[in-house]
Design a protein around this ligand. Structure first.
Ligand SMILES: [Fe+2]
Length: 208
């Protein structure tokens, strides 16, 4: 396989970026239409871009396309700052969603670690699809758990999740799940992007 990849992810499978200067207004992500969809815990998702522009959480592959060339849904009109953030990255995006995650402790979250399937139907020779997070609520005591090897705790890394945190993860390579010991749900934006010069440039511009 000869996918184009982003060099910033080569060594560790993820890269932590600097926090955004201005957090996304709460009304934008709370005002979206959420759907019951479970992934990595007790979760609901609000699709902002989907395979066909519909309010649905199905994989793009269910519609015969890779997780790229996302089409804005009706939710996009309700969250102009989020849309602006996605467009500012400048790379081809696929699914764009906010996630609402109910609290889960470390042990529970570990059992829910998984790999994503970002590159299903992605033609060889094109850009490897990775995922980018922007934290919407302020949860400095919560963290994403990453493992290169699912069964080897020595490969584990934690990314803290304060409001405004941004990071990119090759989620088809890294096992991932969020430990969220709080009492209120945690919200975050998750977007798929195609690796290439545009994503590389954006990552470089957002390094701490
Ligand atoms: Fe995932």
């Amino acid at each position: 396989m000869t996918y184009t990849k982003v060099s910033a992810l080569d060594a560790t499978g993820y890269v932590q970026l600097r926090k955004v200067a201005t957090p996304i207004p709460e009304a934008e992500y709370l005002g979206l239409e959420y759907m019951d969809w479970k992934s990595g815990g007790d979760t609901n998702f609000a699709p902002i871009a989907s395979a066909r522009g519909e309010l649905e959480c199905a994989g793009f592959w269910d519609h015969g396309k890779p997780d790229k060339d996302g089409i804005w849904t009706s939710n996009a009109e309700r969250c102009p700052t989020i849309v602006e953030w996605v467009e500012r990255v400048g790379a081809n995006f696929g699914r764009v969603r906010t996630i609402k995650l109910e609290p889960q402790d470390y042990e529970t979250s570990l059992q829910r670690g998984h790999l994503d399937d970002n590159n299903r139907l992605n033609p060889d020779g094109e850009g490897w699809v990775v995922r980018c997070w922007l934290e919407l609520t302020d949860n400095p005591d919560s963290f994403m758990i990453l493992r290169e090897d699912k069964d080897d705790p020595s490969t584990e890394t934690h990314i803290p999740l304060p409001r405004g945190a941004q990071f990119v993860v090759d989620t088809e390579r890294m096992w991932h799940v969020v430990c969220h010991p709080g009492t209120e749900p945690r919200y975050a934006l998750i977007a798929s992007f195609e690796s290439g010069a545009d994503l590389e440039r954006w990552i470089e511009s957002e390094l701490p």
